[in-house]
Design a protein around this ligand. Structure first.
Ligand SMILES: [Zn+2]
Length: 260
């Protein structure tokens, strides 16, 4: 068996044992994966393979994804639920991957009840009907630890939708207080929408809606955790309690913040 077919066999194994070499190749360029401690990698690896085995990943428009790229996607999708489980992606059956930004036809109703149809370019989208859509170009662009990561953003919408609607209020653990969650996020969102360009931890897009605030905060939680914790410590604490992770320990354990 050549080295390549041995590798292919390991990649195609439905539940392959953790392999540091394959991890290294699959996670290449993705800061949130390369900074993950060694001790967490086998669990994320297992979740990613579980996800890829039970959900369809469909590249479209002549895009082809190799096994490393599929694994990269699986690892990123599994990251938010690293300390939870894939049950948090209940209803998510298919990941559609476009080569670059896609422009779907969207129908929406404004506050006056008028229905509009238009095309808006998107880098990712989470559909309640069981679809997660991302552009591969944006997946790759999400690599640097700069607070932007389309996969983490769309996955946050999925977690949020587990409560029935994307409204910035995902289902909480029994030990968490729904009142506290609502108070913390309402306060932070109100503060943010008044000065969306003032805060360095969150993209101004977070001002669009409470659901977007939560999704953008999740991107920052993983990519620029110290910055989010400085701007909105209580938001950081709530997301940390929800996901049972504290990425501040993960990235720059000496407290050094290269973006400061
Ligand atoms: Zn969004």
């Amino acid at each position: 068996m050549s080295i390549f077919s041995a590798l292919a066999a390991r990649l195609h194994h439905p539940n392959p044992p953790y392999d540091a070499e394959i991890w290294k190749n699959a996670s290449h360029g993705q800061g949130v994966l390369t900074t993950l401690p060694e001790t967490s990698r086998p669990r994320l690896w297992a979740l990613a393979h579980d996800f890829l085995r039970t959900r369809a990943v469909n590249p479209v428009d002549d895009l082809a994804l190799d096994d490393y790229q599929r694994l990269k996607l699986g690892l990123l999708i599994a990251l938010p639920v690293l300390e939870l489980d894939l049950g948090w992606y209940r209803g998510l059956d298919e990941v559609v991957v476009y080569p670059s930004g896609f422009v779907p036809m969207q129908t929406w109703q404004d506050e006056f009840g008028v229905v509009h149809t238009e095309r808006r370019p998107l880098s990712g989208e989470a559909w309640e009907q069981g679809l997660l859509i991302v552009s591969w170009q944006d997946v790759e662009a999400g690599g640097p630890l700069d607070g932007h990561n389309v996969v983490l953003h769309e996955c946050a919408h999925w977690l949020d939708m587990q409560s029935g609607a994307a409204n910035g209020r995902p289902p909480l653990h029994p030990e968490m207080s729904p009142e506290e969650w609502t108070e913390v996020f309402t306060h932070a969102y109100d503060k943010f929408v008044h000065r969306p360009h003032h805060y360095r931890s969150l993209d101004p897009y977070a001002a669009e809606a409470p659901a977007e605030f939560f999704a953008v905060a999740c991107e920052s939680f993983f990519e620029t955790p110290h910055a989010l914790n400085l701007d909105f410590p209580r938001v950081y604490a709530q997301i940390s309690a929800l996901l049972r992770q504290d990425p501040r320990q993960r990235i720059f354990p000496d407290g050094h913040q290269p973006w400061a």
